[in-house]
Design a binder for this molecule. Structure first.
Ligand SMILES: [Zn+2]
Length: 95
């Protein structure tokens, strides 16, 4: 099953979408190939240090508007999971 997610890069004023695979844990995965395409759309420069694997810098949301955090893997793929509104000790924080 897949779901569309929207990624923004506030530095370059760009936005892109991708169909992310939903994992068994209910998170999202983007392949290395998807990340390369996204980074080309969002940033476009190999030398630019604005962002990680996906080229996102700023808001990332799924099609329900849920805010997502990105975890980048060293193989170039990423996992995206719901941004938790709590700190490392479980206290509520403003996002
Ligand atoms: Zn950039």
């Amino acid at each position: 099953m897949k779901k569309e997610i929207t990624l923004k890069n506030e530095r370059h004023g760009t936005q892109a979408t991708a169909k992310a695979e939903i994992t068994t844990a209910g998170n999202y995965r983007l392949t290395k190939a998807q990340c390369k395409r996204l980074r080309a759309e969002l940033c476009g420069s190999k030398e630019c240090l604005c962002s990680g694997n996906t080229g996102a810098r700023g808001e990332v949301t799924d099609s329900d508007g849920m805010s997502l955090d990105i975890f980048g893997y060293s193989d170039g793929s990423v996992e995206l999971y719901p941004a938790k509104y709590v700190d490392c000790e479980g206290r509520s924080v403003l996002h």
